[in-house]
Design a binder for this molecule. Structure first.
Ligand code: SAM
Length: 276
């Protein structure tokens, strides 16, 4: 359901004349259930600007940020991309990949089955070689990736978008990062987003957090030291951005320096594997 909510947000962004990207498949993938969840998140929320207050603008900025970083990875010569917890991600289909690019989508079976049924009904075709890995990330997804053709000795670009906040604690976040680090040959990169503990603790975010919890998908894990978390797993040269810093003028809130405490924060990150 959360993946279809994000797809609904991408569909909304795609309909804007000044949209940060166009995801023509997002509306169908979201379906009515995704649209409903987006509407629920909007209800009662307040925004300081004309931007919607339902998180759509964050999801739009995040999508564009990772689009740009993934394509920069491809421009630098990487040809293996691994999208973990891919949900309704359509990047394999919509981005302008160089010839020979392979995009692995790792997701739970039921989610990928739904996605494939929608894509098939639309006759959608992929611009990269798209390889589906039906796999729970709590199990050995590295083995599943290799079985699917992932080349462990070659550099890869790993994306973990919209997953970390749902993990129960830092132990689980670390376990996931350690498993990715095992797969990351020299020249590899990782991109992910994280919320801060500040986000979990702030009175401003409690209505949003309560809605997630009441849907059975609570946000539980955050850190305001994202560089340290990644560095502990060998990912260095960390680029950290707050959404307002890469928001193309769309982020409706002020961006306070990270040294100021008590502000609910989210982070967009890209880092290089230690041996790069
Ligand atoms: N990355 C996608 C995006 O940004 O559009 C989807 C984000 S969605 C908020 C979170 C996704 O994590 C869901 O698609 C869900 O199925 C997936 N997920 C959660 N736990 C998982 C697990 N243990 N194994 C595989 N996928 C999982």
């Amino acid at each position: 359901m959360t993946s279809r909510w994000v797809a609904a947000a991408r569909a909304r962004e795609s309909a804007r004349p000044d949209g940060l990207f166009v995801d023509a498949l997002a509306g169908a993938l979201a379906g009515e259930a995704g649209q409903r969840m987006l509407a629920e998140f909007e209800a009662g929320a307040q925004s300081p600007s004309t931007e919607p207050s339902d998180g759509t603008v964050y999801l739009a900025i995040r999508t564009r940020f990772f689009d740009d970083r993934l394509l920069a990875g491809a421009a630098s010569g990487v040809r293996q991309f691994v999208i973990l917890a891919a949900g309704m991600d359509t990047r394999a289909l919509r981005l302008a990949w160089p010839a020979g690019t392979r995009v692995f989508e790792v997701e739970r079976t039921d989610v990928l089955d739904y996605k494939e049924s929608v894509l098939a009904s639309l006759g959608a075709t992929s611009r990269a070689e798209r390889i589906l890995v039906r796999q729970d990330l709590r199990e050995d997804f590295g083995a599943a990736l290799e079985l699917a053709g992932f080349a462990r000795g070659e550099p890869a670009f790993f994306l973990i978008e919209g997953l970390f906040p749902y993990l129960p604690n830092e132990t689980e976040a670390s376990r996931l990062l350690a498993a990715v680090a095992m797969l990351a040959a020299p020249g590899s990169s990782i991109a992910c987003d994280l919320i801060g503990e500040s986000f979990l603790a702030s009175p401003w975010t409690q209505p949003h957090l309560r809605k997630l919890a009441s849907r059975g998908v609570p946000w539980q894990f955050g850190t305001d030291q994202p560089e340290e978390l990644l560095a502990r797993h060998g990912f260095n040269e960390v680029e950290v951005k707050q959404p307002g810093e890469v928001g193309h003028g769309r982020w409706p809130y002020p961006t306070a320096p990270r040294s100021i405490p008590g502000i609910p924060r989210t982070y967009l990150l890209v880092a290089r594997g230690a041996e790069s």
